[in-house]
Design a protein around this ligand. Structure first.
Ligand SMILES: [Fe+2]
Ligand SMILES: [Fe+2]
Length: 470
């Protein structure tokens, strides 16, 4: 079952050809998807041969193949990890019961909502990154952008398969809607906030793949625990692909930092901007923006939806097997309530705090990335240290959405935010400076002046490898 059938119009490892109705429905959706890709996906590069990886099996080792392919010919398909014998629901009220192979009727709406919300982020990010191909700092980066794009497209396929095969007519309608909404469109936006933010430059792209794709990782980890087995298996394979996206973000930002440190060391006392680099404090402001926006994606601290999703066995905690108690009925979660300008500690039943539990794991993972960036500064002998903004900083959702906090999480007196915000979040001048540096570099092996080369090539390729053919 792990091997993928590439002889079909839609590559898959779910024996699609045995279900003619579903196969027809998906084949009907396929041209609409390609149409969406051409009109809302990467501009102008669709005729170019790109060095991309394609999944050939769902085994942990050796699952991908590398080769040149024009993006519209990429073999998007439906790949689930292998079915575990005797899998049980791992948490919530149904713990220990057989995992569901069909949608449990009582939870149908919740489940559809979870799948649609996840699905919507996939095409959204492709739309946000639509124009970046024109300003890529190297062919290596251009190829990575397109790799991320085609895989987000595949993640949409993964979710649409679930909608079309398990949710009948509603599922087909949702699948169509997923191609109709557009990132940033005021009349018909994507569902979640960060996925409507413009991503007009490569520093934003690297921060996005670092912080926003990492939100994706944790949502997928929680859904990979789902008692609805086809969802769990879809998400498990998506996680395999997702790792590369965060690698692009973390190392991308690190390479910008490294280049700036080099420029500082080679030209002591000079202004980095004049040398064509991106100042470290400006990078910190981009980090502050994308990190805080992505922290909002986890939702409110106290949430009855989160409790319902957990109780029903639809959405667990990341790495549920690390916990002893999978009921979460006894424990309480302590968090800082912020009311009338003051904090008070409040205990909420653990099940109602599942958003916060997932957010904790996410923040821990982000912190590791920041440590990695600071090692770059340290190695270069540069004193600057990056900081992850506090979870209360620049929030729009939940307990801290009403107040104003500095990046350390301290509440601000009335009016102070407006005075200080230009130190904390990207200013128009910051954005203009970054945009002014966005000039494409298309010669194999060459890098734009504001970013260091990668430590190694993709799939062991040499530094001057031609990742995108002219
Ligand atoms: Fe994705
Ligand atoms: Fe991703």
């Amino acid at each position: 079952m792990t091997s993928i059938d590439y002889s079909q119009k839609i590559p898959n490892n779910v024996d699609l050809s045995s279900d003619k109705r579903l196969q027809r429905a998906l084949e009907r959706w396929q041209p609409d998807y390609i149409e969406w890709w051409r009109s809302a996906g990467p501009t102008d590069f669709n005729e170019r041969e790109i060095y991309l990886r394609t999944a050939v099996s769902v085994d942990r080792d050796g699952w991908a193949n590398f080769g040149y392919v024009p993006m519209p010919d990429y073999r998007w398909g439906i790949f689930l990890t292998e079915r575990e014998a005797d899998r049980r629901v791992g948490f919530g009220d149904h713990e220990g019961e057989d995992a569901w192979q069909e949608v449990p009727g009582e939870y149908r709406n919740w489940l559809r909502r979870l799948i649609v919300t996840q699905a919507d982020t996939e095409p959204a990010s492709v739309e946000q990154q639509r124009l970046l191909g024109h300003t890529a700092p190297s062919l290596y980066d251009l190829r990575n952008l397109f790799q991320v794009n085609v895989e987000e497209g595949r993640h949409l396929w993964a979710m649409v398969y679930l909608l079309q095969s398990y949710f009948g007519r509603d599922g087909r309608e949702e699948a169509d809607e997923l191609l109709d909404r557009r990132s940033g469109n005021p009349d018909h936006p994507r569902i979640l906030g960060t996925f409507n933010e413009p991503c007009p430059d490569w520093l934003s792209f690297f921060c996005f793949t670092m912080f926003t794709d990492r939100d994706g990782k944790f949502q997928l980890l929680a859904l990979a625990e789902s008692g609805f087995d086809p969802l769990a298996r879809s998400c498990r394979f998506m996680l395999t692909e997702e790792a590369h996206h965060m690698f692009v973000g973390q190392t991308g930002v690190a390479r910008v930092i490294q280049r700036t440190c080099e420029l500082m060391n080679e030209n002591p006392g000079k202004d980095v901007c004049e040398l064509g680099g991106i100042p470290l404090d400006l990078i910190q402001r981009y980090v502050n923006f994308w990190a805080s926006s992505s922290v909002d994606l986890f939702g409110a601290e106290v949430s009855s939806n989160a409790s319902n999703f957990f109780r029903s066995g639809l959405k667990g905690r990341a790495w549920e097997d690390r916990y002893d108690d999978h009921q979460a009925l006894e424990g309480a979660y302590e968090f800082e309530r912020f009311q009338d300008g003051a904090f008070s500690t409040e205990e909420v039943p653990l099940r109602n705090a599942m958003n916060e539990v997932l957010r904790d794991e996410y923040i821990k993972d982000n912190e590791k990335g920041v440590v990695y960036w600071n090692r770059v500064c340290e190695k270069a002998g540069v004193e600057f240290r990056f900081q992850l903004p506090h979870r209360r900083f620049n929030r729009n959702i939940g307990e801290y959405g009403e107040g104003r906090f500095d990046p350390e999480g301290n509440p601000l007196e009335e009016g102070l935010w407006e005075v200080e915000v230009d130190r904390w979040l990207p200013t128009q001048a910051d954005r203009d400076l970054v945009l002014s540096l966005m000039k494409p570099v298309t010669e194999p092996g060459r890098m734009a002046g504001w970013i260091a080369p990668p430590a190694k090539g993709i799939n062991g390729q040499s530094a001057d490898f031609e990742y995108v053919l002219a």
